[in-house]
Design a protein around this ligand. Structure first.
Ligand SMILES: [Zn+2]
Length: 180
């Protein structure tokens, strides 16, 4: 990570094809003022771009750090409201065997939505920025966001989970015509 001060303006979004999106993110050591700064800048970037989640590799930092922040906005009109949660070094402890199909988009894959099967619920653990470990059960769309961001830490994008190209839509059409 660079030693310079991080501001949301200094963060650029890594786009599909950039190597950082294909790397396994490294563990974060906490507490750490640089990581706190990065998390804050990531949150502002996510808010600015209408994301409901963001992972550090998406802003060119190959670190196991992500934010999930479901709320209805122009990009996700039907998203449930939750308080944003910063998660460092997350892991999946348990997950439902039942999978649910749902639409996803990604700040790193502009212009495309895809239908992806994800667990209905996941039980996850993660560190907060103070380095305290937490365990939490997430359901539905929030579980989906977690899995999507967690994939980024493993070098995967949602496109790797789409089983059939016919389950892709242009975001413009998806927003105009709604989910099929
Ligand atoms: Zn993404």
């Amino acid at each position: 990570m660079s030693q310079t001060t991080l501001s949301p303006d200094s963060l650029t979004i890594a786009l599909l094809g950039e190597a950082v999106l294909r790397q396994h993110a490294g563990a974060v050591r906490l507490p750490d003022p640089q990581t706190e700064q990065l998390a804050q800048a990531m949150r502002q970037k996510m808010d600015e771009l209408g994301g409901v989640g963001i992972a550090a590799p998406q802003v060119h930092h190959s670190l196991a750090l992500m934010i999930i922040a479901s709320r209805p906005n122009a990009r996700y009109p039907d998203a449930p409201q939750m308080d944003p949660v910063v998660m460092a070094n997350p892991s999946i402890e348990a997950q439902s065997t039942n999978l649910e199909m749902g639409w996803e988009g990604c700040l790193s894959v502009p212009g495309i939505r895809g239908q992806v099967a994800r667990p209905q619920w996941v039980e996850v653990s993660f560190d907060d920025l103070a380095g305290q470990r937490h365990r939490r059960r997430l359901e539905g769309f929030v579980a989906r966001i977690f899995c999507h961001e967690f994939d980024h830490l493993c070098g995967l994008t949602f496109l790797d989970r789409v089983e059939d190209n016919r389950q892709l839509m242009a975001t413009e059409v998806w927003l105009r015509e709604g989910q099929r």
